[in-house]
Design a protein. Sequence first.
Length: 104
Amino acid sequence: MRKILVTAALALMAGQAAAFPIELTVDAGELNIEAVAIQDGRLAGVRVANRETFPVRCSAMFRNGPETGRARGTVASAETRTLTWIPRRQVVRMRIELRCEPED
């Protein structure tokens, strides 16, 4: 009986640490922006690298079913910044929409 309980507990913990697919869509117009989706457990994020000579304002919309989360940030020229979000619910699939424009 104890073996069954230990096995069940390990299976539940492994399920929580499982990876989930991330779909990343980037709308940066003519800007020279590099974006990479990242994850660490339940945390989802996008690493944004600005290859322009001026600051860029980026906004990431994270979608996990009915939840929506936003992360905004300014990325200085030749700098990299990570925008992250931790959903409250279990993630099956994460969609991230990144929009960047020159900062005024």
